[in-house]
Design a protein around this ligand. Structure first.
Ligand code: UDX
Ligand code: UDX
Length: 462
């Protein structure tokens, strides 16, 4: 039977844009995104979407009300669907066994129990959330044990590889779609049903089908490899600074080797985002669980190096500013974890700002997309005393206000608009010597020096 009705549990950064694209590309399929969070659903149904993503507004507008719906009526959405994507959060567990490393699967389990309770007939359940390998077994057992109406289920794994900021491009033309299913006849029929949804706009040769465990594991491994490249180039950025080499030149030189490739070699103050650290820690936990301590240790280092990169950036600022930033105004440009998103989860800016505040700096923070409340909440959640946030953090609505009267300026997100800042004007607004710490290499070292700044750019030797 072709799929006629899809529901997605979780209207977040993954569920919302992915379902919007499916609805836009498959006008014959009804797509309903359900979430517990009323505010979030209201925002999806409004002019101001809860997720900022270039091109997303147009995709949503093309399908909403026609075959794309956002609702808090989760039960009705499940009951009506042939195929259910599970895209609820899987944060790192903060308590008990595996705290700080294992994925917290309580939302996945709750979703499975609700699906079992509400469903009738045959349904396909698709793991969209990133989950530990073997989670499908748990979902299957919960579904089988809790179906009062005798419903039957096939469980598939279909991880999402979109990156924030380029979600629409990634959804429209993905490198690959990965679908894992069971080798049984019913399992393969379910795989084919999902393949036929994607085939509405993605060439068949880019849709890869595997067994369940390969699919679940591939998502963790893809993120671990991507993060590992960043930690690798960031480790070299420190060596470049020490030796007079330029990390961008090194990245270009090695990236032209087709075996290495040129992408994901941009040195930075550290990777952030909701996935990389969480997924690596999850991989590490899995390795430990399967008694593979050497493998666990290998991947753990990717996260250690990332933490070190953030703390050495702060140390560079404090040491350069004559070993004290107490009472000094520091302009922070960029708070999102990367450009073109309003997402701040695990942003390097959080740790950098926290540590500067612990040194008693005054921060003047500007980000074109992140609102003041989010910044204040993130800092409080990172352990900054709320009183210190009130006295020492100012949120600015434009970059020139932030740098006015500042001892130093630090760029922490690679927003395009930072590349065309009026450097002479900034220099005139700052205290002298005017220090710049560019954690994203968005500013040109030669220009900075020519304008009279004392400049540090990540990965650039003096
Ligand atoms: C999340 C996971 O973090 C990621 O691992 C997975 O790959 C996809 O889902 P994201 O969409 O970025 O990624 O998370 P988030 O924006 O937090 O969205 C999850 C949504 O699920 C939230 O809107 C939350 O309200 C909702 N949710 C959570 C439910 O509807 N029901 C629940 O029981 C729990
Ligand atoms: C990542 C994966 O790319 C995506 O496939 C997966 O589905 C979710 O996790 P995302 O976290 O949205 O996507 O963004 P990504 O572009 O991968 O960037 C992650 C972090 O790495 C950002 O903080 C970014 O600034 C940083 N980064 C990326 C670098 O520091 N250097 C690079 O060369 C690339």
């Amino acid at each position: 039977m072709p799929i006629q009705s899809i529901c997605c549990l979780g209207a977040g950064y993954v569920g919302g844009p992915t379902m919007a694209m499916i609805a836009a590309k498959c006008p014959g399929i009804q797509v309903t995104v359900a979430d517990l969070n009323e505010q979030r659903i209201a925002a999806w149904n409004s002019e101001t979407l809860p997720v900022y993503e270039p091109g997303l507004d147009a995709v949503v507008a093309s399908a909403i009300g026609r075959n794309l719906h956002f609702t808090t009526d989760i039960r009705a959405a499940i009951a009506a669907a042939d195929l259910i994507f599970v895209s609820v959060g899987t944060p790192t567990k903060s308590y008990g066994i595996g705290a700080g490393r294992a994925a917290d699967l309580r939302y996945i389990e709750a979703a499975a129990r609700l699906i079992a309770e509400v469903s009738e007939g045959n349904k396909i359940i698709v793991e969209k959330s990133t989950i530990p390998v073997k989670t499908a077994t748990a979902i299957k057992s919960i579904l089988a044990a809790n179906s009062p109406n005798g419903a039957t289920f096939q469980v598939l794994s279909n991880p999402e590889f979109l990156a924030e900021g380029t979600a629409i491009q990634d959804l429209e033309s993905p490198d690959r779609i990965l679908i894992g299913g069971e080798a049984t006849q019913e399992g393969q029929a379910a795989v084919e049903a999902l393949v036929s949804v994607y085939e509405n706009w993605i060439p068949r040769e880019r849709i890869l089908t595997t067994n369940l465990w390969s699919s679940e594991l591939s998502k963790l491994v893809a993120n671990a490899f991507l993060a590992q490249r960043i930690s690798s180039i960031n480790s070299i950025s420190a060596l470049c600074e020490a030796t007079g080499a330029d990390v961008d030149e090194v990245a270009r030189a090695i990236g032209m080797d087709s075996r290495i490739g040129s992408k994901f070699l941009k040195a930075s103050v550290g990777f952030g985002g909701s996935c990389f650290q969480k997924d690596i820690l999850n991989l590490v936990y899995l390795c430990d669980t399967f008694n593979l301590p050497h493998v666990a240790e290998y991947w753990r280092q990717v996260v250690h190096l990332n933490d070190w990169q953030k703390s050495r950036f702060v140390e560079k600022i404090v040491r350069t500013l004559y070993n004290t930033v107490n009472g000094k105004r520091i302009a922070i440009l960029g708070f999102a974890f990367k450009k073109d998103t309003n997402d701040t989860r695990e942003s390097a800016a959080i740790q950098v700002c926290r540590d500067l505040l612990h040194e008693r700096a005054h921060l003047a923070i500007y980000d074109p997309r992140v609102d003041a409340t989010t910044i204040q909440q993130d800092l409080a959640a990172a352990g900054v005393d709320p009183a210190l946030i009130i006295t020492n953090v100012e949120i600015c609505s434009e970059p020139y206000a932030a740098v006015t009267g500042a001892h130093a300026l630090a760029t922490l997100t690679e927003w395009d608009e930072f590349r065309s800042l009026d450097l002479p004007h900034i220099h005139s607004l700052m205290l002298k010597p005017a220090f710049v710490f560019d954690g994203r290499a968005v500013l040109c070292m030669e220009d900075l020096v020519a304008q009279g700044f004392e400049a540090f750019v990540i990965g650039k030797g003096a």
